[in-house]
Ligand binder design. Structure first.
Ligand code: PLP
Length: 407
């Protein structure tokens, strides 16, 4: 099986198992207790907190450890709500854990603005600028889009926020960014940043929320007062330590470079192999609107009239995620037949994969037909070249067979 759904989740590093054993069977003490063993464990959590702050490039602030990024996002947003004539700003590309909450807040009577995306999948900064004002309490945008790989310019977004509503908080859902592309919270002046262990080879069920200023946040649950009284409940010590272990084994720059190489290899194999099996394959550069095939460039609108084509939508963003369109075949059908043929891909966010349509792709202007025909492939930095080449070949053959079956 070749796994190309790494934006959904990643395989855990085996090293984490040793850490799990250490903190579950030996150093299993409750960090809130006052015995010397517990105090030692609680110190290690403080160390872990410092470690994550440094990996986030933060000069100040704290980390709250949570159970998943869905929780981190909810805590960041709900914890920032205040009574009064405030406004809340979200982007149309947000993950359901943010987007559905934004919709719920609207129903609860909060004034919510949803900012659209540009065709390259990033937040429309002009539209963002037009809704920010001195009543804005919170701006919540994602770092890397989980469906398209589009990367938002956090420096620009933060500069806009500082200019138009300096008192507002900036929350960033960093789940597809952290440990994949460089992050510097100090540079970008971000107040809240969510991340999730299982997206970077740590176990499921442990995540974090960076909080620049603790007094700006309110707790969602009452309890024993752990984690600065902002997230009560006994800490998942083993999970936190495993998440730290995973980070310690990741070189972000090196992985980024290798993943770019793997993505290029995948796309080049798709282009070459399509020719082999007699179908078209077009690389669509979303930034310039140009289409390229194996032999040369073609015009932006040409692909609209082309049948039997794979459209490789290159977002020029994170190389970890890419969107492919198989003209004339349903993405869902591709996914299931690829699964039978030994290649696992995704349809988009796992949380919304079972729902019809795709809000994010529709928002960036992809026609309904193309949305229905799209799949998401997502890489990890540790894949081998032969896996990548084989997967691309299987993708082309599967598409060709499906087209033949339909005719
Ligand atoms: N935000 C983004 C951008 C995601 O891609 C995901 C998961 O796919 C989440 C949030 C939710 O993360 P978790 O599974 O830890 O709740």
């Amino acid at each position: 099986m070749i796994y190309l759904d790494n934006a959904g989740t990643t395989k855990m590093f085996e090293k984490c198992i040793e850490v799990h054993k250490l903190y579950s069977c030996e150093n299993y003490f409750n960090p809130s207790a006052v015995n010397s063993y517990s105090v030692a464990v609680s110190k290690q959590i403080v160390d872990a907190e410092r470690y994550f702050l440094s990996r986030l490039g933060a000069k100040e602030g704290n980390i709250l450890f949570t159970g998943c990024a869905t929780e981190s996002n909810n805590l960041a947003i709900r914890g920032s709500l205040r009574n009064g004539k405030y406004e809340y700003v979200f982007s149309a590309g947000e993950h359901p854990s943010v987007f559905n909450l934004a919709k719920k807040l609207q129903l609860e009577g909060f004034l919510v603005h949803i900012v659209p995306l540009l065709s390259d999948g990033t937040v429309d900064l002009k539209a963002l600028e037009s809704v920010l004002n001195d009543k804005t309490r919170l701006v919540s945008v994602m770092h890397v889009n989980n469906e398209t790989g589009a990367v938002n310019d956090l420096e620009k977004i933060s500069a806009l926020k500082n200019k138009l509503c300096p008192k507002a908080f900036l929350h960033v859902d960093g789940v597809q960014g952290f440990m994949k592309i460089p992050v510097s919270l100090a540079k970008t002046n971000i107040d809240l940043y969510s991340f999730s262990g299982h997206k970077f080879h740590a176990p499921k069920g442990v995540a974090g929320l960076y909080v620049k200023n603790k007094s700006a946040l309110k707790n969602l649950f009452e309890g024993g007062g752990q984690q600065y009284s902002l997230r009560s409940g006994t800490e998942n010590v083993s999970g936190i330590m495993q998440m730290k272990c995973a980070c310690e084994n990741i070189d972000v720059e090196k992985n980024l470079e290798n993943t770019m190489r793997l993505q290029t290899l995948f796309n080049q194999t798709l282009l070459a192999e399509s020719k082999n099996v007699g179908i078209n394959s077009l690389l669509f550069d979303i930034k310039t609107g140009q289409c390229f095939d194996a032999v040369g460039a073609c015009q932006k609108d040409d692909w609209k009239n082309i049948e039997n084509s794979i459209l490789i939508r290159n977002y020029g963003g994170s190389p970890y995620i890419e969107n492919l369109v198989f003209v004339g075949v349903k993405g869902e059908t591709m996914l299931h037949v690829l699964d039978q043929n030994g290649v696992i891909v995704g349809l988009g966010s796992a949380c919304s994969a079972k729902k019809a349509g795709n809000r994010v792709l529709e928002n960036i202007g992809l026609s309904k037909d193309l949305v229905i025909s799209s799949i998401r492939v997502s890489f990890n930095a540790y894949m081998t070249d032969s896996e990548i080449v084989e997967a691309a070949k299987i993708v082309c053959k599967t598409y060709k067979n499906l087209l033949e079956r339909m005719n």
